[in-house]
Write a protein that binds this ligand. Structure first.
Ligand SMILES: Nc1ncnc2c1ncn2[C@@H]1O[C@H](COP(=O)(O)OP(=O)(O)OP(=O)(O)O)[C@@H](O)[C@H]1O
Ligand SMILES: [Mg+2]
Length: 246
């Protein structure tokens, strides 16, 4: 279980995250939703250990991780821009992190991940020869062979749309299940959050607007902000679709 207790983060006098508390069980998917600038990336970076926090605790498996370095935490992140190495091919990108940790994934496990993400036909290609969705899959494979205890994804699907997005969403869900992976996904798409996750965190200006199951949020939105931000966007989408089909 990952527990965040009363986390507070500020830059100078600006409070960016205020009294954030939540918990997720191992193997669960948590989505973080909220308007631009509300603190989503800062929260991910705080969990990852990339950003220091001012107050609060990060507890994982009953142990206090708050003072642990990023490396010691053993969490891993796929950044929004993927941060792949352009000058080496797909296969080398996937194996890159294992150079320093040989044996963390067996050869069989690496091959399995390549199969699972359908990257076999692309192994010898350079990164600039790939589509957005293919890059996304390489970034996921490269991170997953490192066997992170928790996988953090910052808007992983935002660059994608349509069928590719559905495909990758399905793959992420499949991998999460197969590996019993705990995942935290930042998204700005309420539909994605409500359909993919076990828990949803809605942030507004650095504070928790609501934290609960998708069902809680749909059936019992905590306040007007949640109702407006989440539900209206869904309704607008539904109306758009209905208009399209007459
Ligand atoms: N290193 C920093 N120094 C000062 N302020 C920062 C720093 N990083 C982020 N902020 C501020 O913290 C706030 C939250 O930023 P954050 O990147 O977490 O937002 P976000 O929810 O991820 O937004 P977006 O949806 O646009 O990615 C913003 O007001 C931002 O300007
Ligand atoms: Mg962000």
């Amino acid at each position: 279980m990952l527990e965040i207790k009363n986390l507070r983060k500020s830059y100078d006098a600006n409070v960016i995250l205020d009294d954030i508390s939540l918990s997720i069980e191992n193997g669960e998917i948590l989505s973080i939703l909220g308007p631009s600038g509300c603190g989503k990336t800062t929260l991910l970076n705080s969990i990852l250990g990339l950003t220091s926090i001012n107050e609060g605790q990060i507890i994982y498996g009953g142990k206090d991780y708050t003072k642990y370095s990023m490396k010691k935490r053993g969490f891993n992140i796929v950044f929004q821009d993927y941060s792949l190495f352009a000058h080496i091919n797909v296969e080398k990108n996937i194996r890159y992190g294992l150079k320093n940790f040989p044996g963390l994934s067996t050869e069989e496990e690496i091959q399995e991940m390549i199969e699972l993400l359908d990257l076999k036909p692309h192994l010898q290609k350079r990164i600039d020869q790939l589509s957005g969705g293919q890059k996304q899959r390489v970034a996921l494979a490269r991170t997953l062979v490192m066997k992170p205890q928790i996988l953090l994804l910052d808007e992983p699907l935002s660059a994608l749309d349509g069928v590719i997005k559905e495909n990758i969403k399905a793959r992420i869900e499949q991998i999460a299940q197969q590996l019993n992976l705990t995942m935290i996904i930042v998204t700005h798409d309420p539909e994605e959050a409500l359909t993919m996750s076990d828990k949803v965190l809605i942030l507004n200006e650095g504070k928790i607007a609501q934290f609960g199951s998708p069902q809680d949020i749909i059936e019992r939105p905590a306040d007007q902000f949640v109702e407006k931000f989440i539900l209206n966007q869904l309704i607008i989408k539904k109306e758009k679709i209905l208009t399209l089909f007459g």
